[in-house]
Design a protein around this ligand. Structure first.
Ligand code: SAH
Length: 575
């Protein structure tokens, strides 16, 4: 399968587990994939090319012999990893940079399986040229990558510095005098010239977005043929394609999926509002918009994108092509409370496709399994929020795709609002796009560990008075305490901020009573998670720190053994 799209792990439909051991079910639980016995996997009829990740759960020699019997092809074969039957180690066998290393890291964060990674760039932290999001690399990758891994100088040639991928900023010594090892960055669509490319690679940015339309019975071959022909008409090929775009009802159509591209989808109501050269009443009658292919690629190419090929059609498919402008984006990404299992798919895509990833170092470590050595990673200490946001703004204003990483949700006591504020102060609102990618906020993850304390109305309050005067926080507490709202406390208590939590609980106790039930949740979905149910009167403040959420119940909150939930007011049979 073609892997032009970056979005390929973990996708349960495209992952296969091969094992004779029942322990494989544990892996299946976290990746959601089907398990085949070793014998079935050796059957030549098993369509390996349909998968992008294969996980063998057995000893490495068994996996290696099994793989040796397969007819694999470097361009198409899946990433292959092998996990031993005690779930101690995960060895990356094939396709390290096509999802293998990411899979191994994912299994480390979800099941604590030790990854065994042998690709040098990942181990020494050198930029990997074949991992740069949104770029295509051609030429003598092996020699130039080896040179980079050895931290020896290479020559960088670029006509337009804006086209240079950000990760190359991290190269130790760029040598402009010698020409033995050259990284050339050229405009979109350029090809390497000449016979010998020894020591020479060419990087080009992918810019094309394919707009796809097809009837429900369109075959993969028909769509693929039309895509090839359409690209040929503008002298392009799949290596220049960034993503595909279509109407939401075709999201899982086999012909669309078979292209192996990241697919963006839009509803008929969004497509209907796009001005296109070739609207069609027939299409409108069937799907409720006069254009799918042209409108979808224009939306997919975002602000400044332009149509470079109008709608082409075959019997059952349509294709149009748009080209993105060199315009940057900041995605403010919420990675959830910790574990990859509580991350949204959209946030994983935003993390994986960013050229620059910016965040507090602890949060970057939490999403390490999704990041690649092709990205420029800028990690900050806690407290440098303005600096972080301004760096993201500057990178995006220069055309980069940036992920600004937040824990939980980026709009809940996090960086999204600061980003909007700073882009206005710096007068840069027009120079880049912003996308807020939601995540599971700590309160939701905390409540779910022990029932449903947030089952009815509730309010969030942060006890940090670094930015809000304590008097204001206290006033809000005094007003909320007499209501029926469950109350969630973020930033409850730190080494230097202790009286606030004590005072807050005193207020709650004086109004709600010492018996009021409380859920305490520490390091939710992280190593060392601990949650317990107590009451305001029995709460030990020494157990509360900055990795803790405290949720005080309301009058309808009930404790039932190890569960705490808030009733929604349904009447029982006796009422
Ligand atoms: N944007 C984050 C909140 C940032 S404020 C979110 O939506 O979750 C930081 C506070 O969030 C911490 O002091 C703590 O109260 C809470 N918090 C964040 N992650 C947590 C976790 N995994 N477990 C417990 N509390 C957490």
């Amino acid at each position: 399968m073609n892997t032009v799209g970056q979005d390929f792990y973990p996708s349960s439909e495209k992952t296969l587990i091969i094992s004779n051991s029942s322990i494989a079910e544990k892996i299946s639980k976290v990746v959601g994939a089907k398990i085949l016995p070793l014998k079935a996997a050796l059957d030549p009829q098993t369509p390996f090319n349909r998968f992008e990740l294969v996980i063998y759960v057995c000893a490495v020699p068994i996996a290696v012999r099994a793989i040796a019997k397969l007819q694999l092809d470097k361009a198409k074969d899946p990433a292959i990893v092998c996990v031993d039957e005690t779930l101690a180690h995960c060895v990356v066998l094939l396709g390290a940079h096509k999802g293998g290393n990411q899979a191994a890291r994912y299994l480390e964060t979800t099941l604590n399986i030790q990854p065994v990674i042998t690709t040098a760039s990942d181990l020494i932290g050198a930029p990997a040229l074949d991992q740069i999001p949104n770029y295509h690399v051609q030429g003598d990758l092996a020699s130039v990558q080896r040179r980079i891994n050895e931290t020896k100088p290479v020559t960088l040639i670029a006509n337009d510095s804006k086209e240079v991928p950000k990760v190359l900023d991290a190269l130790p010594n760029l040598d402009d005098n010698r020409q033995d090892y050259v990284i050339e960055v050229e405009r979109h669509g350029a090809h390497l010239r000449g016979e010998s490319n020894k020591g020479h690679v060419l990087l080009t940015k992918r810019r094309l977005v394919l707009g796809l339309g097809c009837s429900s019975d369109c075959s993969p071959d028909e769509l693929s043929q039309l895509v090839q022909n359409s690209l040929g008409m503008i002298n392009a090929d799949l290596t220049q394609v960034l993503s595909a775009a279509t109407i939401d009802i075709r999201k899982s159509h086999p012909a669309v999926l078979s292209l192996g591209l990241e697919v963006k989808t839009y509803g008929a109501d969004q497509l209907r509002n796009v001005q296109v050269p070739n609207p069609s009443q027939v299409v409108d009658d069937v799907v409720g918009t006069t254009s799918v292919a042209e409108a979808a690629c224009l939306l997919g190419a975002s602000v400044g994108g332009k149509l470079v090929l109008e709608k082409q059609r075959s019997a059952k498919a349509t294709v149009a092509i748009a080209q993105t402008q060199n315009r940057g984006t900041v995605s403010v990404v919420g990675i959830g409370p910790g574990s990859p299992l509580l991350r949204t798919r959209k946030s994983e895509i935003a993390l994986r496709t960013a050229e620059v990833v910016i965040g507090f170092e602890g949060y970057l470590n939490l999403c390490d399994d999704t990041l690649t050595p092709g990205q420029l990673r800028l990690s900050y200490k806690i407290g440098d929020e303005i600096e972080r946001v301004d760096r993201a703004i500057n990178e995006a204003a220069n055309g980069a795709t940036v992920a600004l990483v937040c824990s939980g949700d980026p709009g809940v006591y996090a960086m999204a609002s600061l980003l909007f504020e700073r882009r206005s102060i710096l007068a840069k609102a027009e120079s880049f796009d912003v996308e807020v990618v939601p995540g599971v906020t700590a309160a939701l993850a905390a409540a779910s560990t022990s029932g449903a304390i947030l089952g009815h109305d509730h309010a969030y309050i942060s006890l940090s008075d670094l930015l809000t005067p304590w008097a204001l926080i206290k006033e809000a507490l005094i007003k909320i305490a007499p209501t029926h709202l469950a109350l969630i406390f973020y930033n409850p208590r730190s080494k230097n901020r202790q009286h606030q939590f004590r005072e807050a609980m005193e207020i709650m106790q004086s109004i709600r009573g010492a018996e009021t039930p409380v859920l305490v949740a520490k390091a939710v979905s992280r190593v060392g998670q601990r949650t317990w149910i107590t009451s305001i009167g029995n709460l030990d403040e020494e157990t509360i720190d900055m990795e803790t959420v405290v949720i005080v119940g309301g009058p309808w909150t009930v404790v039932d053994k190890d569960v705490i939930y808030t009733r929604r007011g349904y009447k029982g049979p006796s009422d």
